[in-house]
Write a protein of this length. Structure first.
Length: 56
């Protein structure tokens, strides 16, 4: 499913980024552009990011 239409980023891509160490929206925006254009994807992206983080 596309989360960020502006940059064509899917939930899967966000999960992969999280596995590779991306841990914040700021980082996600830097790496993939998520949330940096219209911002509509931000809350969904944040949720996916949170869900894919391993609790420490
Ligand atoms: Fe992600 Fe627009 S949908 S910035």
């Amino acid at each position: 499913m596309y989360v960020c239409l502006c940059h064509g980023v899917t939930d899967r891509t966000i999960r992969e980024a999280a596995e590779n160490g991306v841990s914040s929206m700021r980082q996600l925006g830097k790496e993939l552009g998520v949330g940096t254009q219209c911002g509509r994807c931000a809350s969904t992206a944040r949720q996916i990011l949170r869900e894919s983080q391993t609790p420490d």
